[in-house]
Design a protein around this ligand. Structure first.
Ligand SMILES: Cc1cc2nc3c(=O)[nH]c(=O)nc-3n(C[C@H](O)[C@H](O)[C@H](O)COP(=O)(O)OP(=O)(O)OC[C@H]3O[C@@H](n4cnc5c(N)ncnc54)[C@H](O)[C@@H]3O)c2cc1C
Ligand code: SF4
Length: 478
């Protein structure tokens, strides 16, 4: 894991690209497939009633696109990503403890739990419109692909291992490398990894020159200045994510004097909040006993609850899972759990060293050192996201990206969200713990969904891009 971060200047070429600013941070992925490699597979259509932007001074603005405009695109994307519901009515999927617990919590709160579309293969063949008895959900079965994928790799259906957010090693997630990029390659596109764009400018008569460097993990460490290379193109599509695309446009602004003054504005952390439900229980009083949530069983997310009371607060709360790696962090992060294991192991070791124990089979003793792991199996993360006021501003600080963002304009959102998350914890007899990133990391709000910087709108005076995502007066698509 220590090598699994992206910072070529430090010799790191891995997946996770973590950004940290004064009050906010963002978790991104860099690799062939971008964020889809580590995302939680949820592919949902934004409800029409959420098609507006909260304004910093109060009030809201409708979006320049409607749900009806987007629906045909949603249709195509869902088909391409083979999006489907978790097969929650069938064995063994129906016995997913975190999903059942979240459903129960929703019912106790009088809310409606809804399954969410997941870009994960639970069946050997793509899901078509109607249920197909000849294509049942299966665990770890070989996937039948219409065309071979970009890696010519065999893939298997979901194993319910909970590792979606650190990258699926079984090809069960229908990530962009297995879908759009495989298809692009099949249709003749040239795809290059480790190529980092540094700049671009108009190139007369009617195209662009894009400058980039090529990272080489074998040669690069210690080498500071990589040679700049260039490619020319008629059309430029900028798809480096919220931070990457805005950063590139800010850096290259001198070449595009007609760029909107709105560039960098309307940054939002998407109202994201991660919290932990700790040591869930069931039953009351003397009958109270641990409630197993098994956060490492199942895909990261199976469904959620939408809270929408008025136009100012709207959010979606989803149960979240975690890989076993995180369960072990949970087990040893509590000082008591760590000390208990350490002392027990030291005592065991001493007994054997001093010859006070003679049973050579120490299996049961080592099992006792590891313990029942009740803390991690009765705890789980939850993630919420919703409408905040997009009042953050992205700018350049020398050669670096800077973001000024604060939770204060969206205090109403975070307060209400915290209240609801506490109620979810209470419904499961669990303690509520705020995200450690907020609590311990200098009060920083981390997001998995950074948004904004290249806002959409009806004119250059109010936005950077039009309703098609094309940069006003620059003919660049974002
Ligand atoms: C843990 C986690 C869970 C998530 N779960 C979900 C979910 O369930 N559902 C959901 O809808 N969203 C989820 N998201 C968010 C989702 O991953 C992102 O919204 C999405 O990936 C953004 O897509 P994008 O194409 O805009 O940018 P990205 O996916 O970030 O792609 C941008 C690509 O451009 C590359 N790039 C950047 N700068 C340059 C440069 N200068 N030169 C060359 N390449 C460059 C990056 O390395 C990256 O590969 C999650 C994110 C995380 C981190
Ligand atoms: S649960 Fe495991 S196998 Fe299934 S999609 Fe997630 S990482 Fe892949």
């Amino acid at each position: 894991m220590a090598k699994n971060f992206w910072d070529p200047s430090k010799g790191l070429y891995g997946l996770f690209n973590i950004w940290s600013f004064r009050k906010s941070g963002a978790i991104l992925a860099s690799g062939l497939g971008g964020g889809s490699l580590v995302y939680a597979n949820v592919v949902i259509r934004k409800p029409e009633k959420w098609f507006f932007t909260n304004q910093p001074g109060g009030g809201s603005q409708p979006w320049p696109v409607t749900r009806a405009d987007l629906d045909p695109h949603y249709d195509r994307v869902e088909k391409m990503m083979n999006a489907q519901f978790y097969p929650r009515g069938e064995a063994p999927f129906q016995d997913t403890p975190k999903m059942l617990a979240f459903q129960e919590a929703a019912a106790k709160l009088g809310q409606q739990w809804q399954p969410v579309n997941l870009a994960v293969s639970f069946r050997r063949k793509p899901v078509r419109d109607a249920p197909d008895a000849a294509n049942p959900p299966l665990v770890a079965a070989p996937i039948e692909e219409e065309h071979s994928n970009i890696f010519a790799m065999s893939r298997s259906t979901c194993r319910l291992c909970g590792e979606c957010d650190i990258g699926c090693n079984y090809g069960s997630k229908n990530t962009l490398d297995f879908t759009y990029l495989s298809e692009a390659k099949r249709l003749g596109a040239k795809i290059s990894t480790l190529h980092e764009v540094r700049g671009f400018a108009p190139d007369a008569p009617n195209g662009y020159k894009v400058e980039y460097v090529v990272h080489d993990p074998e040669l690069e460490p210690g080498k500071r200045d990589l040679p700049l290379r260039a490619v020319r193109c008629k059309r430029l599509v900028l798809a480096a994510g919220t931070l990457g695309s805005t950063f590139l446009l800010l850096k290259n602004r001198p070449h595009f004097p007609a760029l909107s003054q709105e560039l960098g504005k309307r940054y939002s952390t998407n109202g994201d909040m991660i919290a932990f439900l700790v040591r869930a229980t069931q039953g009351t009083g003397a009958r109270s006993r641990p409630r197993i949530l098994a956060p490492a069983f199942g895909p990261s997310i199976t469904g959620g609850v939408e809270f929408f009371n008025d136009r100012d607060t709207a959010f979606l709360v989803e149960e979240w899972g975690n890989p076993y790696l995180v369960s072990w962090f949970v087990e040893v992060s509590g000082i008591l759990g760590y000390l208990r294991r350490l002392l027990f192991f030291a005592w065991l070791n001493l007994k054997y060293q001093l010859g006070f124990a003679n049973d050579p089979n120490i299996s049961s003793k080592l099992a006792a050192v590891i313990g029942d792991s009740i803390a991690s199996s009765t705890s789980m993360p939850v993630i919420a996201m919703g409408l905040e006021v997009p009042a953050g501003i992205m700018s350049l600080n020398g050669r670096y990206l800077d973001i000024q963002w604060s939770e204060v304009p969206s205090k109403f959102h975070y307060d209400r969200l915290t209240d609801e998350l506490k109620r979810v914890a209470e419904a499961l007899g669990a303690k509520y713990a705020e995200s450690p990133t907020i609590k311990w990391n200098f009060n920083q709000f981390f997001t998995a969904h950074p948004l904004g910087g290249c806002g959409m709108g009806l004119s250059k005076n109010s936005a950077v891009v039009d309703a098609n995502g094309e940069v006003y007066h620059c003919r660049i698509l974002t």
